[in-house]
Ligand binder design. Structure first.
Ligand SMILES: NC(=O)c1ccc[n+]([C@@H]2O[C@H](COP(=O)([O-])OP(=O)(O)OC[C@H]3O[C@@H](n4cnc5c(N)ncnc54)[C@H](O)[C@@H]3O)[C@@H](O)[C@H]2O)c1
Length: 365
């Protein structure tokens, strides 16, 4: 039986369906989300050949137009967005035609932004096919794309009407991509504010199973992460408070990712490294009382099969990329760091001091 988590946003509430058996419930879930029988399925050139036919077959009773975009972080930009909206408009959609995004976080973010902008907004459905997209990016309505200056600098908050995660789509995901998704799992486990919960301990105890892609352990952890994200988004949709916790690891992570070149360092890998470096800094700055936490996180990344050492990059380029973070007000950036597991503190770090976040990694300290 699929598990459903609701993102409670009043009349914009929507279900996140986690289906361990595949796509069998998709048609019913889509029918509940929209009265329309004609939909546009947008996917990318890796996922499309693997899963688009299965999605179309599962949508019996629906008329499905298809659009295929280039895959990869390097294609999460204005050219691909334009290709997407151009194709959608030429299909002759109206304001109620649902747009379905079949793919990972790159495709989901980009198609979400296309859905937000075509005709000033058409119904949007996420069909996430990576672990990262299932645990994080498909839920919460952040859509957008990259710019040369920095990651995700163009975008909009735009909630989907349905998220349908068919866990068997993870079977074709390359191992390194699956493991990169565990970077966002570690982030969610680190900040989980649920009283009495111990998701970080759970991830540690299940680390071997998660590294090897055990379906039961994966489904359990996806469910836990989605429930946490859904609750945080419901409480703070526009990131006025606690939602900012979800940016843990991302200031340094985006800096590393941008400096390496989009598509060179995976987003989830970069976030994992960002968590370690930001937590080390928090300990040095006296903001985190748990001095053992950075090593605990580094050890967990290692066990999960993620990179735990920072790649060699030009420190100045990383700092410049961090400076372009969209959370800056020009003078400082609000960065969530752990005071302890389950309790983040939002710290205003002056842009002039961002270098300190990198510690002794990347050469000079
Ligand atoms: N919107 C949000 O709240 C949010 C949150 C976290 C991350 N993100 C964004 O997510 C993006 C990263 O997402 P990602 O890690 O899913 O990357 P991705 O979408 O690039 O997918 C990774 C790779 O796996 C391939 N792939 C996807 N599904 C597959 C499958 N089932 N079988 C085989 N191959 C498959 C893709 O073609 C790609 O090559 C970043 O751009 C990041 O900024 C957004």
């Amino acid at each position: 039986m699929p598990v459903t988590v609701t993102v409670a946003l009043g009349d914009r509430s929507y279900p996140v369906v986690l289906d361990t058996s595949g796509l069998t419930g998709l048609a019913a879930a889509l029918s509940a989300a929209t009265p329309r029988r004609r939909v546009v399925l947008v996917t990318e050139d890796v996922v499309g050949p693997l899963w688009a036919d299965a999605v179309v077959a599962a949508l019996s009773g629906f008329v499905v137009d298809r659009v295929v975009l280039p895959s990869g972080e390097a294609n999460k930009g204005v050219e691909t967005w334009y290709r997407c909206v151009d194709a959608i408009l030429r299909l002759g959609v109206d304001r109620k035609t649902p747009i379905l995004a079949l793919g990972g976080g790159v495709l989901g973010d980009l198609v979400g932004f296309a859905a937000a902008t075509v005709l000033r907004g058409v119904p949007f459905v996420q069909l996430p096919t990576t672990l990262l997209a299932m645990v994080d990016s498909s839920v919460g309505g952040k859509t957008g794309m990259n710019h040369d200056v920095g990651k995700n600098l163009i975008g909009a908050f735009y909630q989907p009407v349905l998220v349908y995660a068919a866990l068997p789509t993870l079977d074709t995901l390359p191992v390194a991509e699956r493991r990169a998704g565990l970077g966002e799992v570690v982030k969610t486990a680190l900040l989980d504010p649920t009283p009495g919960a111990d998701l970080l301990g759970d991830v540690e105890r299940s680390a071997d199973a998660l590294r090897e892609g055990d379906p039961n352990a994966t489904a359990r952890i996806v469910g836990a992460c989605v429930a946490i994200k859904a609750a945080i988004v419901a409480a703070d949709e526009r990131e006025a408070g606690q939602r900012a916790w979800l940016n843990a690891g991302h200031t340094v992570g985006h800096g590393l990712e941008t400096a390496a070149g989009y598509g060179v360092l995976r987003h989830g890998d970069a976030v994992g490294l960002g968590l370690v470096l930001e937590t080390e800094w928090a300990v040095r700055a006296g903001l985190c009382a748990d001095a053992a936490l950075p090593e605990r996180l580094r050890g967990l990344l290692l066990r999960l099969g993620l990179p735990s050492e920072v790649p060699s990059l030009d420190r100045r380029v990383v700092v410049d990329a961090m400076r372009a973070d969209k959370k800056t007000d020009g003078a400082s950036i609000k960065i969530p760091v752990p005071a302890r597991v389950g309790q983040m503190t939002l710290v205003d770090v002056p842009v002039a001091h961002l270098d300190a976040l990198l510690g002794a990694s990347l050469g000079s300290g």
